[in-house]
Design a protein around this ligand. Structure first.
Ligand SMILES: [Zn+2]
Length: 430
């Protein structure tokens, strides 16, 4: 029902806006109704299918046989590592992937944070649907503003009307929707008449992240989910290859971060160093702690009690966070930031003792430059891309890449355009 309503709505919206598109298409007779027989082979428009596999670490394809990943890589391009932004958390990174901005510039600085009025942003609340939190311009907003249709089968931020704009087709997040349904629906969108067909499509899968958190990255449960993702990508890839538009479909597969194995033997206890009643953690204890000191005159005292006291915990004043982490210039970033060494956890002694099963399994959020456990995947396949293996790709460069493929003007962003586009084949037009 929901899908039909959305499609109907987008059909109405398209029939209203079709004249705006006509100036780019010299062959279209504006008197003729939309062509539902849809001869797609005549289209020269490019399409991007962006797939996020949450928490898929860069080395997961080496843990089991992944014939479909192998096919897509062998016929495409892969980076050995996709370097996430800090913090290597889900929402900050998903917004960076689609805006090209670091969290300090797109505003989603954590999965949980507070604004200056004390309002809370949390990924498990309706705050995700409130546009006030999003300062960046996601690719679907950039595209829709330039009359390029978009569709999201889930993406963090896609439920909010950012700048008053949503994808032409979007869905409220529902983790119970079968992953095969998501793939098949995306492929069906490619069959829509050209005037309705989205040129940007996103897909999102959470199963690998969930298994990684619960069982740790090197576990049979994670291996099972890798196998399932391989199956889904094979289904998607076959659907693309068999489509009339195949030459004009560019497939981009990414993850938002990797996963580190936790251990109850790798603990840092805040209350060994500070009185926890004197601070607020704003919902974040580990692997990144976001600390506000209740009595602001004691800020430096608390900072000095934490700084350099434990080799497995880095401590920064907001203004001294290393430049490569880009985590100083936003009013919602807390006064003091703690970052655990990869694989380590920070908490209080009571919390630890009360929860004998916590601090096992896996997590993410760590400094992306502390080893490679936080690195994700970057695999692209399509007529636009070179065929090779490159060492790494940056999360903030993806936006420029997608804008270039879709031939839309990017908004201001933190990406490096030259680096972003170096994976594209040289064309005679350029
Ligand atoms: Zn994630």
């Amino acid at each position: 029902m929901k899908i039909k309503t959305t499609l109907l709505f987008s059909f109405i919206a398209i029939t209203i806006s079709v004249f705006a598109c006509n100036k780019d298409d010299g062959n279209t007779n504006s008197v003729t109704p939309p062509d539902t027989t849809n001869p797609p082979s005549t289209s020269s428009k490019q399409h991007v299918i962006l797939v996020s596999v949450d928490g898929f670490r860069h080395d997961y394809t080496e843990m089991i046989n992944t014939p479909n990943f192998d096919r897509i890589v062998n016929e495409g391009l892969k980076a050995e590592n996709l370097v996430p932004v800090f913090p290597s958390k889900t929402f900050p990174n998903h917004l960076s992937l689609v805006t090209g901005l670091h969290p300090e510039n797109h505003g989603i600085i954590m999965n949980t944070f507070y604004n200056e009025e004390g309002d809370k942003y949390s990924i498990s609340s309706d705050a995700v649907k409130d546009a006030k939190w999003y300062q960046g311009e996601p690719i679907w907003v950039t595209a829709e503003k330039q009359n390029v249709k978009t569709a999201t089968y889930f993406w963090p931020g896609s439920e909010a009307p950012i700048q008053g704009v949503r994808p032409s087709i979007w869905k409220p997040y529902n983790g119970n929707i079968a992953n095969t349904t998501r793939v098949d629906t995306a492929l069906n969108w490619l069959d829509l008449p050209e005037a309705e067909r989205p040129q940007f499509i996103s897909l999102y899968f959470s199963i690998v992240d969930s298994a990684g958190h619960r069982y740790g990255p090197v576990s049979d449960e994670v291996k099972n989910t890798i196998g399932h993702i391989d199956f889904l990508l094979g289904r998607l890839y076959d659907g693309i290859k068999n489509h009339d538009l195949a030459e004009n479909i560019q497939l981009i597969i990414v993850s938002d971060h990797g996963m580190a194995q936790l251990s109850r033997d790798k603990m840092v206890f805040y209350d060994d160093y500070i009185d926890e009643n004197e601070v607020s953690f704003n919902g974040n204890y580990s692997p990144v702690g976001t600390i506000t000191v209740n009595d602001s005159s004691k800020k430096m005292e608390i900072y000095n009690q934490l700084k350099d006291v434990n080799p497995h915990m880095k401590v920064y004043l907001k203004e001294e966070v290393p430049a490569e982490l880009h985590y100083s210039n936003h009013p919602f970033i807390a006064d003091i930031i703690t970052v655990a060494e990869s694989g380590w956890s920070m908490t209080t002694r009571d919390f630890f003792e009360d929860r004998p099963y916590s601090f096992t399994g896996g997590t993410h959020g760590y400094d992306p430059f502390d080893g490679e456990d936080m690195h994700g995947i970057f695999i692209v396949n399509g007529s636009k891309f070179k065929k090779e293996i490159i060492p790494s790709y940056n999360t903030v460069d993806l936006y420029e890449l997608m804008c270039s493929i879709l031939e839309i003007e990017p908004a201001n962003n933190d990406g490096n355009q030259e680096k972003a586009l170096q994976i594209l084949k040289q064309t005679t037009e350029n």
